[in-house]
Design a protein around this ligand. Structure first.
Ligand code: ADP
Ligand code: MG
Length: 589
């Protein structure tokens, strides 16, 4: 029994816990965990302070993932010597001059970060407003405040936080390995650097410079932080809806990640992990990427302050929109438009050539092009092959002119820009069929092609029940089914867009899909999945020889069809190799 000093209750025997107001140092240590649960949170708060101070240049240095030390230096407006004790006092802020929680234009406003860091670690805050004769410094260690002292230092502010959670060993135990903490801290810095492209930003971790960027435009900043592979796939996003404005970039659907770590979202310049925005991104990408893959985006929403409440979460990463539906619609609409552009407008997935320059005399080079080390010529489909020089690819055709078909599976084409295009004929055709079915369904319903001989397909009773229950919906999909005794259905028509398809595997696949969708979910809600399933059955199989005319027809249709850069399962339908890529492969440069 009993916490604290035993007390006597009325009868004198039962000890009662005492209630007391905590000393401020203890209260600060407890509260510190609310905002500063790990070094990355301190990095975020300190960089936000630098941005709020109008810095043009911010430098962050981490040691041991920030556990040992975080140093943030800025050239902002600084803090007057007399204000230093206030800066590290709880609920003291310069950012809410009007007691107004609506018109918040700064990243900070709670006045909690510095005292929390001072409670969790050893904090030294050194600052010199431009024009002041010298800098001054104040230290707080585990909540204990030391007097202000004059110090040396340039205009601006330098915050050094060392020895995280030295005063609260219990909390220190929960820190992960320094590598993990470094990942979190670096991600926090990267997010803010992406949110403020105009500010020069440097991040150093254990002596290694991770980035050192000048003030730059949003595209250059996004490309620099997300790396060359993503940079080559970035599509600009801009959209407006009433007072809401969305800008930024999305990577083409052919480039995805396993996690949402590559989704950078800001609202009025503040990095957020907002479920409304995240859901919008998810919904827009769902039709074009594989299940479980996550898109890459850097999106910035701006809206009038009165349409927003940021005071929901202590870390300020969550907020509340007055009109979440409008935000969601803006995001979905903008991304759908960008992703719906035809293959011609899409940056194709480029093969990244990661060969070392060292010659590899024996064996084939490893990497995505390994197969090309074998002689290509004998594999050309004989009549389709024509000399590259004479096929004059028209500049209006970004996917070029078909040159040959190899392995019965891939089309090789050459563009007017001297690029080699490789097309996966099955993946590409599957997307084309999918889009045709989708378009027809939206208009009048998918056009059926009656079978000359209706097909009887044997199925389990549960599958039959599911198919017949969905029959009216399936009819709109160009599929006419009728009951046919206890163990079968009769197929009278298939979607015309599929061409000559086998009824039995198609209907069995569809039965599986319906079982997967489950009872109670309308087919319409999962329409895209069903269309994708159907499209599989109407696609040019890998292994089928294509004539020159068929190859070119496929390329032209890909150029004209939305979402044609990826198949219905999110895999790329084509790859491009530039002449310079080839030259690098052959070590010509
Ligand atoms: P908040 O940012 O919510 O106001 P903080 O505890 O983060 O609370 O900071 C307290 C105050 O210290 C700020 O309001 C600001 O006046 C001052 N301050 C903190 N960091 C800086 C900085 N890098 N440059 C100038 N002033 C700063
Ligand atoms: Mg702050």
């Amino acid at each position: 029994m009993g916490f604290g000093a035993p007390r006597t209750a009325i009868e004198g025997e039962v000890p009662l816990p005492a209630i007391r107001v905590l000393p401020e140092t203890i209260a600060n240590r407890i509260a510190a965990g609310e905002v500063i649960e790990r070094p990355a949170a301190a990095v975020k708060e300190l960089v936000e302070n630098a941005l709020d101070a109008g810095a043009k240049r911010i430098s962050v240095a981490l040691t041991d993932g920030g556990i040992a030390a975080i140093e943030v230096i800025d050239d902002g407006h600084g803090i007057a010597a007399a204000d230093l004790p206030l800066a590290i006092a709880r609920h003291a802020t310069s950012k809410l001059p009007g007691d107004d929680l609506v018109r918040i234009t700064t990243l900070g406003f709670r006045g909690e970060a510095l005292p929390s860091i001072g409670a969790a670690a050893r904090l030294a805050l050194t600052s010199r407003p431009p024009g002041a004769a010298h800098a001054n410094t104040i230290r707080v260690e585990g909540g204990r405040v030391f007097p202000v002292q004059p110090a040396a230092g340039p205009a601006g502010t330098r915050v050094l936080a060392t020895d995280f959670f030295f005063a609260t060993p219990a909390r220190r135990k929960f820190l992960k390995h320094p590598r993990t903490e470094a990942d979190h801290a670096e991600a926090a810095a990267r997010r803010l650097a992406l949110a403020a492209p105009a500010i020069a930003f440097r991040l150093v971790s254990d002596g290694r410079t991770l980035f050192d960027l000048p003030g730059q435009d949003p595209l250059a900043r996004t490309a620099a932080l997300l790396g060359p592979e993503v940079a080559a796939a970035l599509l600009p996003v801009t959209a407006e809806r009433g007072p809401l404005r969305l800008t930024g970039f999305a990577a083409a659907a052919s480039l995805t990640r396993a996690t949402t770590a590559w989704q950078f979202l800001t609202v009025n310049g503040r990095p957020v992990a907002d479920p409304v925005l995240q859901a919008g991104v998810r919904v827009a990408f769902r039709p074009v990427i594989a299940d479980g893959r996550k898109p890459i985006v850097a999106l910035h929403l701006s809206l009038p302050l009165e349409l927003l409440d940021v005071n929901v979460h202590p870390a300020k990463t969550e907020l509340r929109f007055r009109d979440p539906a409008a935000v969601r619609a803006l995001v979905i609409g903008a991304l759908t438009r960008v992703l719906g552009a035809s293959a011609a407008a899409m940056p194709p997935p480029r093969l990244t050539l990661s060969f070392s320059r060292a010659p590899t005399p024996r064996g084939t080079p490893r990497g995505p092009l390994a197969g090309f080390a074998e002689p290509v010529l004998p594999l050309l489909a004989p009549p389709a092959a024509r000399p590259v020089e004479t096929s004059a690819p028209d500049p209006a055709h970004p996917l070029g002119a078909g040159v040959a078909q190899v392995f019965g599976t891939y089309i090789i084409a050459v563009t007017a820009e001297d690029e080699l295009v490789l097309v996966d004929q099955h993946a590409a055709h599957e997307r084309l069929t999918h889009e045709t079915l989708r378009a027809q369904h939206l208009e009048t319903g998918v056009r059926p092609q009656p079978l000359l001989l209706p097909a009887v397909v044997d199925l389990a009773p549960a599958d039959i029940a599911r198919l017949l229950a969905a029959a009216p919906d399936l009819e709109r999909l160009g599929l006419l089914l009728e009951p046919f005794g206890p163990g079968a259905v009769l197929v009278r028509a298939l979607p015309a867009a599929l061409g000559p398809a086998e009824p039995a595997p198609l209907v069995r696949d569809l039965a599986d899909e319906l079982a997967d969708i489950g009872e109670g979910t309308a087919l319409a809600e999962r329409l895209d999945r069903v269309l994708a399933r159907l499209a599989c059955h109407g696609s040019i199989r890998a292994g089928r020889r294509l004539s020159q005319a068929e190859m070119d027809a496929l390329l032209r249709r890909m150029e004209a069809t939305p979402r044609a850069a990826t198949c219905s399962h999110g895999r790329p339908t084509f790859l491009k190799l530039s002449r310079s890529d080839l030259e690098r492969l052959f070590f010509r440069r």
